[in-house]
Design a binder for this molecule. Structure first.
Ligand code: PGA
Length: 252
């Protein structure tokens, strides 16, 4: 929808170290100070241990900070897990939930993603809820059906355009260098927009819908121009300031 400002989010996944996180963040900050004005908001999502130092670096800047997961309970006996309120306390405004790597590595189903999004909302975080079909789903012609089921089951009551971002990430496109055609991306994004309208009423028209999966500078201009694409969730290319910045600069 015209009028939705783009968001370009960097999902660093389980990469880097303290030095790399500091250097990459500083490089991006320098560009926000000296580079041309972007038509996109920027968000970076480093691994948990680097959130607090990164938040300190980002203080007073226009780059937002997010985490890559949280627990579905507000607090309690969950060894090794992180509460949404802790992320907020650490300086995060966003949290990625239901990424396909979490769904695959940790067996996270949409019901759990929904519970996590609810607790994230309760903590005052914006939930970036990820959906997307596998290659087998796609080959079977089930893309829209699978994405619809994930959307229906993953979004909690109380979702609005202020606390929800949806990321469409075809599993087969993540980290593979393969991307769907612009027409395929458009059809899925249009379907998600329709579902959001049915579910959230007028708010559904304002929710950002990001595309993710092998976004890089060479394909960003085409992908970011697709109707109903309101930005990108970027994995590999977000680890290089040049590439991440070029993707953000491709947003109009
Ligand atoms: P990729 O990852 O850009 O490396 O394909 C995207 C994602 O998993 O969010």
């Amino acid at each position: 929808m015209a009028g939705i400002r783009a968001l370009v989010a960097g999902n660093w996944k389980m990469n880097g170290n303290r030095q790399m996180a500091a250097t990459l963040t500083e490089d991006l900050l320098r560009r926000t100070r000296t580079g041309p004005e972007l038509a996109a908001d920027l968000l970076i999502c480093p691994p948990f241990p680097y959130l607090i130092p990164t938040a300190q670096q980002l203080t007073g800047s226009r780059i937002a900070l997010g985490a890559q997961d949280c627990h579905a309970d507000a607090s309690g006996a969950h060894t090794g897990d992180i509460a949404a309120a802790m992320l907020k306390d650490a300086g995060c405004s966003h949290v990625i939930l239901g990424h396909s790597e979490r769904r695959a590595d940790h067996g996270e189903a949409s019901g759990l993603v929904c519970a996590k999004a609810k607790v994230a909302h309760g903590a005052g975080l914006i939930a970036i809820v990820c959906v997307g079909e596998t290659e087998a789903d796609r080959d079977a012609g089930n893309t829209l059906k699978i994405v619809e089921k994930q959307i229906v089951e993953s979004l909690p009551e109380g979702s609005t355009s202020s606390n929800l971002v949806v990321a469409y990430e075809p599993v087969w496109a993540i980290g593979t260098g393969k991307t769907p055609t612009a027409a395929d991306v458009e059809s899925v994004h249009r379907h998600i927009r329709k579902l959001l309208g049915g579910r959230l009423g007028g708010e559904g028209a304002k929710v950002r819908i990001l595309y993710g999966g092998s976004v890089k500078p060479s394909n960003a201009t085409e992908l970011m121009a697709v109707p109903e694409v309101n930005g990108a969730l970027v994995g590999g290319a977000s680890l290089k300031a040049d590439d991440f910045w070029a993707i953000a600069a491709a947003c109009r």
